[in-house]
Write a protein that binds this ligand. Structure first.
Ligand code: 5RP
Length: 223
């Protein structure tokens, strides 16, 4: 199976999960990225069951709208039943590195509101120890040099993502060379650096359910 076929299969499984677990009329949170895009295309078929969707990026909002899915502002909803999103890495404790698409801050906000976080990815994203994928950190532009120096002290090598401005008007530093043995502590530690908006570790609030596409089918893992 190609990677796109794996993404397609997990997107279909996630759509089934939503159909089975999200009450009719409830709000769905929708992530960002190529796997999330396959999922958006799938949920077009069940849009009439949804109360609406909250998007984690402008790109996702546009794709949802193009399918006629009602896109809601997060401030207009009281609850999100399920949030479905991809990941760049996920470990055995369901902690993730996210933000390859630069949408980490909005993704983390929507995930914080959601009752259940369903991570969808192919088996290549499952790792023992995270850090091979450079850790994205969203920073306020005027603080980028300072934050780079501080991230360097944590043992990583930050590189400014060229040409990237987030939906929030900020910059992304990708931190290379980390071996993340304690994702919960590192997430909190990076968040303490003044000028950091969010970092791409989703460990304090990890995934509740992992739908993992393998060549033998989609596996379901529950935390
Ligand atoms: C975007 C993300 C994505 O979920 C992550 O980068 C995975 O993307 P893809 O499904 O394209 O591999 O965090 O900010």
């Amino acid at each position: 199976m190609t990677q796109d076929e794996l993404k397609q299969s997990v997107a279909r499984a996630a759509c089934d999960y939503v159909r089975d677990h999200l009450p009719a009329g409830a709000i769905l949170g929708v992530g960002t990225g190529s796997t999330a895009n396959f999922f958006i295309d799938e949920i077009a078929g069940i849009k009439d069951r949804l109360g609406g969707a909250v998007a984690s990026s402008e790109a996702t909002a546009a794709r949802l709208a193009s399918h006629g899915v009602r896109v809601l502002d997060l401030n207009s909803v009281d609850a999100i039943g399920i949030y479905v999103d991809g990941a760049d890495e996920i470990d055995g404790r369901m902690a993730m590195v996210k933000g390859g698409g630069g949408a980490l801050t909005r993704e983390k906000i929507v995930a914080a509101v959601a009752d259940t976080f369903v991570c969808i990815c192919d088996a290549s994203k499952r790792v023992q120890t995270m850090g091979k994928f450079p850790l994205p950190v969203e920073v306020i532009p005027m603080a980028s040099a300072y934050v780079s120096r501080e991230l360097g002290k944590l043992g990583g090598t930050p590189r400014l993502r060229e040409g990237m401005v987030t939906d929030n008007g900020n910059l992304i530093l990708d931190v290379h060379g980390l071996s993340i043995s304690d994702p919960v502590s590192l997430e909190a530690q990076i968040n303490q650096i003044v000028g950091v908006v969010t970092n791409g570790l989703f460990a304090l609030r990890g995934a509740d359910v992992l739908l993992l596409a393998t060549a033998n089918g989609v596996e379901t893992h529950v935390r």
